[in-house]
Design a protein around this ligand. Structure first.
Ligand SMILES: [Fe+2]
Ligand SMILES: [Fe+2]
Length: 257
């Protein structure tokens, strides 16, 4: 018979938390989770500096690179972020390959290549806006505008170019899903804009049924990036552009401050 004090077995989530905690203790510095990371776990909480120091005697806060992540070069380029920080690049590469094969100009190809970087590097909610802001200082205004507006346009068909409401969205969001009013308003603003078609082409080349076997390669786009993305000489994120901090955050997501 089991004694009454027998502990229940740990759940998978508890075990994962414990391992994570152990791993953090093995590291030289104290690695912190920002509030946003906790919000994603359904918790509105944060651990303060004093608590963390008390839990980790003799250690200082991490104020640089997280040793658990792929090491970034001293002066990172957009390609380095693709390789070391973007969790998945196949969708971006498939969309850009589609645009390349369709013979679109380099601005459109670049816009397709970058349209979902918000999702693969940062956050899903409002990813078009995040992505546009990140690339804004480094690309032609038309490219960042198109990335921003694809957030809204993808919900609205345009039969003139053969774009229908994606079947995939019916599956993902249900048949009754309606975009929020701010998205509808954004669509109405974009509809008559001079760059409408650039953004529309993102949605048209967006690959909604991802092919896990498609052969795509970032190398095919390195020249297009070189010609159309203004790589700062200090390194992307280490420059003083209005969005450099966003790239730095991606480079050092667990820095204490
Ligand atoms: Fe998107
Ligand atoms: Fe997409």
């Amino acid at each position: 018979m089991q004694p009454e004090t027998f502990a229940r077995p740990m759940t998978m989530a508890e075990r994962a938390d414990e391992l994570e905690e152990q791993k953090m203790h093995e590291l030289e510095h104290i690695i912190t989770k920002s509030v946003l990371f906790n919000l994603a776990d359904g918790k509105v909480e944060m651990e303060g500096g004093a608590t963390l120091m008390a839990k980790n005697p003799g250690k200082y806060m991490l104020m640089g690179a997280d040793p658990r992540l792929p090491q970034m070069p001293e002066k990172p380029t957009l390609v380095d972020y693709f390789r070391c920080r973007f969790a998945s690049t196949s969708h971006l590469l498939q969309s850009a390959t589609h645009a390349l094969k369709a013979g679109h100009d380099e601005k459109v190809i670049l816009a397709c290549l970058l349209h979902d970087i918000g999702v693969v590097s940062f956050i899903r909610c409002d990813h078009g806006y995040w992505g546009a802001q990140m690339i804004g200082p480094y690309v032609d205004e038309e490219v960042s505008w198109a990335v921003k507006m694809h957030q809204a346009l993808r919900f609205f068909p345009d039969e003139s170019v053969g774009y229908l409401y994606p079947e995939m969205y019916v599956k993902l969001f249900g048949p009754d899903y309606k975009p929020d009013p701010y998205i509808v308003a954004e669509y109405n603003r974009a509809r008559n804009h001079k760059w409408y078609m650039t953004s529309r082409l993102i949605t048209l080349n967006d690959i909604y049924s991802f092919d896990p076997n498609a052969e795509v390669n970032l190398d095919d786009f390195v020249d297009i990036i070189g010609r159309n993305f203004k790589q700062p000489k200090e390194g992307l994120g280490l420059d003083s552009s209005p969005s450099a901090h966003m790239w730095r955050t991606m480079m050092w997501p667990t820095r204490f401050l």
